[in-house]
Ligand binder design. Structure first.
Ligand code: ZN
Length: 259
């Protein structure tokens, strides 16, 4: 029997012909999607998207201000919108730090702004007891330190491709990582998946991100969570069925979804 999967991370508001993408996903065996916001506009759009397509698939919203969206947004306004909707979201995300973005490459106001917005969201996650979905590119250790400082219990390092020592520490703290279709070819991502225990890995697509496997690049859709599954199965040398079962269970628990 075909396994059922949750795509735990998709940016639905950016997907072309979303209705068709969700229908394809359902046909492929996707049973739910976590729709992850990135900033004031996408957080608002999710309120419309989630109920509109509920007859095709259950869609659960996460809201957050992504480090790439802190410039030019009004943080107070963005954060109060998230707080107003806090009861209806499954996580704070996508939040975090990205020190590869030009405004934050060096110490200075750009980096300070990212840190500030991340901290305010961690504070909110703590106050409302919500898990966090963390974008940590180029700032893996800084993210881990910030999560520790706010005593966050449940955090997912989305698409983890950082250094091994930070991975060891985040796993020790009980945090998890997620796998994307880059698990087919990215050496850093593959080694993180090889190291992390299966119950600490969630499956996702980050769609519509463009992936670049050897056979040709493509824009991802939620159905591509099956590519993630296959890639993780190859790395772990465990059957796809078993991986689907373990990863679905742990991600449902993390996001507080009903079984
Ligand atoms: Zn994302």
């Amino acid at each position: 029997m075909m396994p059922k999967l949750i795509d735990t991370h998709a940016h639905l508001e950016e997907i072309d012909d979303l209705k068709k993408a969700l229908e394809e996903a359902r046909e492929a065996g996707v049973e739910a999607v976590i729709a992850v916001g990135q900033g004031p506009q996408s957080n608002r759009e999710l309120l419309d998207i989630c109920p509109r397509y509920k007859d095709i698939l259950p869609i659960y919203p996460a809201m957050g201000v992504h480090p790439g969206y802190v410039e030019g947004c009004d943080p107070e306004d963005a954060l109060s919108f998230i707080e107003e909707n806090i009861k209806d979201i499954v996580a704070l995300g996508e939040i975090g730090l990205d020190y590869w973005y030009k405004p934050a490459r060096k110490e200075g106001p750009g980096r300070q702004l990212q840190n500030l917005v991340f901290e305010k969201q961690l504070d909110m996650a703590k106050r409302y007891d919500k898990p966090v979905v963390v974008h940590s590119r180029g700032a893996w250790r800084a993210c881990l330190e910030m999560l520790s400082r706010y005593d966050i219990k449940e955090a997912e390092f989305h698409w983890y491709s950082g250094p091994q020592d930070v991975l060891e520490e985040l796993l020790e703290r009980g945090y998890c990582i997620s796998a994307t279709p880059a698990a087919e070819y990215s050496p850093e991502h593959k080694s993180a998946i090889a190291r992390a225990p299966l119950e600490k890995i969630f499956l996702e697509t980050d769609s519509p991100v463009r992936y670049k496997p050897a056979e040709g690049e493509y824009f991802s859709r939620p159905k591509d969570v099956f590519r993630t599954l296959k890639a993780v199965a190859e790395i772990k040398k465990i059957s796809e069925d078993q991986i689907a079962q373990v990863c679905n269970n742990s991600s449902m628990e993390f996001f507080g979804l009903q079984k």
